[in-house]
Design a protein around this ligand. Sequence first.
Ligand code: G4P
Length: 528
Amino acid sequence: MTAAPVAASAVAAEASRRRTFAVISHPDAGKSTLTEALALHARVIGNAGAVHGKGGRRGVVSDWMEMEQARGISITSAALQFEYGDNVINLLDTPGHADFSEDTYRVLAAVDCAVMLLDAAKGLEPQTLKLFDVCRHRGIPVLTFVNKWDRPGLDALAICDQLEERIGLRPTPLTWPVGESGHFRGLLDRRSGEMAVFERAPGGVRISAERRLTPDEAAETYDGEWHTALEEVQLLDHVDEASFRAGRTTPLLFGAAVNNIGVGHLLQTLVELAPPPSARPDASGELRDVDEPFSGLVFKVQAGMDKAHRDRVAFVRVCSGRFERGAVVTHAATGRPFATKYAQALFGRDRDTVEIAYPGDIIGLVNASALRPGDTLHAREAPVEFAGMPSFAPEHFAVCRARDTGRSKQFRRGIQQLEHEGVVQVLRSELRGDAAPILAAVGPLQFDVSAHRLEHEFGSAVRLDRLPYSLARRTRADDRATLDAEHDVEVVERGDGALLALFSDRWRLASVQRRHPELMLEPLVAGA
Ligand code: G4P
């Protein structure tokens, strides 16, 4: 892991052919289907259905934990890597369950681009909006794919209006549907001016055959619908790479993941427009170039993926240099050496040992109990520390107590470990004491995961009692007495030392603010 000039340029070349992204969407918009379709398109998976385990198909990406299996949902995040032409695509999975968790947000710290997936019938949905906010906050450019065009849905221009009016993102279509949703005839390819028509493949079992029609042929066959498409798309701007990367515009594509329609266009667009891994600022703002010696960011820690071994896997995004399995790197937070003997590429249950990885790639380090989200690993000779993982604004709160008070030692150890791993935020106050901390979560699913782990991993079954708060604001010690005097308001301390005031809702907050304008009550921005 030295930074010899030749190796450096090889690393830069490897980095430049990589695209690392995540799909952000509301549950049921078709993220799993799209993931399959993308992988299928790149022909790494022989038959669709291998990526997610719904409907009795073999579950590869999900189903790690018993709980997941029982509920048929995906709690964990995995990375899927495949080659596409000369490019290497790293697709990071974001948990798709209706309950958000901080993991979903953290994944976005490890990507260079996001694909916002919309259901043609629903347009922008609440969870997509939340995730989009994180992308915007982090300056992650967003491509938009409107899915399910094979079914009746909104008007294409209405979707464009939503993007512009609700999130201020100007859509720049690359393709445009010919025929309304539900009466889909094909896609106008804006760059070539041709029309792509598809022979549908039911169930997405194979790639739909794509046929190209010249504009004249399209006009002859689809007359009115073709001309409508031409007129509509003229109302919208063309793709502009600079404004896309600056987060002002979003290249827009249409399709139907279930039939593999438009998926090839999406892959091609990712390769052509999505930014490759680039220099990353460290905690002090100085840039670490991709061809500098190895560095990586831990963006997620997952326990219990392999029941037989009770292991804990830290997911690391390579930020610079060439990662070689077996190298001893430094854990920036402690300055301790960290041996990377057990490095794996993780694709659901299937694990391959990773020998070498480049910027943009994701590796899983097994039994990395010292690592936590936001930690940096770096080559010994070239220290760096990236900014830690932000704490996200919790919206759910519950008091957690050991069911058996005789097991308070196990309980405390477990709570500490969950806090350390960032599974859930832990809030404490003198009033409640160590035996009854408050767990705070972005999504209630984090409570279930915590309770499950406390019982099965740490031997302390717990009782969780939900609290009637939904809002936290950062405050300061000087304001404590005033807040303590308010009923239904509680002041607690988070693990990182931040003092938080908890409110039932924004009306309660507003009333306290009105009466005490001098109080510091700062919002905790999601993704800040
Ligand atoms: P998610 O991961 O975002 O939660 O969504 P998922 O891919 O599981 O898709 C949700 C549902 O939407 C699935 O149907 C899926 O088949 C369907 N779907 C996805 N893409 C398209 C599309 O392009 N067109 C149409 N018409 N449907 C699409 P399901 O009935 O919930 O499950 P299943 O029958 O596929 O098992």
